[in-house]
Design a protein around this ligand. Structure first.
Ligand SMILES: Cc1cc2nc3c(=O)[nH]c(=O)nc-3n(C[C@H](O)[C@H](O)[C@H](O)COP(=O)(O)O)c2cc1C
Length: 196
């Protein structure tokens, strides 16, 4: 798959067919994460690959929206010491891995671990470490139900400003008048004129 096509066609999928992902593909995904740059080139983030079903089930209890992750073929946790954790670094690794997976036909979804105490018990990382996010991976289930959160992305004309930022405020005010709630986002479905 062309890299640009892989980036723009990637969607977060939560339904998997239960089949294992071959080691070679898993390694390509992990390599893609490894090659992400990090702030000051510190490379503080570490990856935990979880294939064990009991551990996947325990991790499912560590987030508020993660009950389904036990069905993933494997899960990758992104962890760092509390002192060195940088979410931008975590995000770069995560997106690299998800796009690499997508280009191999493997579906994925990032998942927040809201309950670090439970994640620590599930996986055994140290008290001065955190694992804020995991990514679930697996072959996509054919005919899976669509995510209730799914909607088109904000149009490029709404997303981007050139040379000055004042426009952001105007957009937010206009959207509030239209009844948009920034926390839920689902009302955005009502708007038209979006691409992809
Ligand atoms: C930082 C972050 C945290 C997320 N946490 C969760 C989560 O806890 N559970 C979940 O099911 N999806 C989670 N998602 C996935 C989002 O719901 C998803 O990216 C969004 O709905 C867009 O999905 P789409 O690519 O299918 O359009 C998270 C995404 C991001 C970027």
């Amino acid at each position: 798959m062309d890299p640009y096509e892989a980036i723009i066609s990637k969607r977060d999928l939560r339904h998997y067919d239960g089949e294992a992902v071959p080691e070679q593909i898993v390694n390509r995904i992990l390599q893609a994460g490894r090659m992400a740059g990090s702030a000051k080139n510190e490379e503080a983030t570490r990856l935990l690959v979880v294939r064990d079903q009991a551990m996947k089930n325990s991790l499912a209890e560590a987030g508020d929206f993660s009950s389904w992750i036990g069905t993933a073929a494997f899960i990758v946790g992104l962890a760092a010491s509390t002192e060195s954790l940088r979410m931008f670094d975590v995000g770069r690794m995560a997106q690299n891995m998800m796009v690499a997976a997508h280009s191999e036909g493997v579906a994925s979804c990032p998942v927040t671990l809201h309950h670090q105490d439970r994640a620590r018990v599930a996986t055994g990382f140290a008290a001065d470490w955190e694992m804020p996010m995991v990514i679930s991976f697996g072959w996509p289930l054919p005919d899976a139900p669509e995510s209730p959160l799914r909607r088109r992305r904000v149009a490029l004309g709404e997303l981007v400003s050139y040379d000055r930022c004042l426009r952001f405020l105007r957009v937010i005010r206009t959207r509030r008048r239209q009844g948009f709630r920034f926390r839920t986002g689902h009302r955005a479905r009502r708007w038209s004129g979006r691409s992809r």
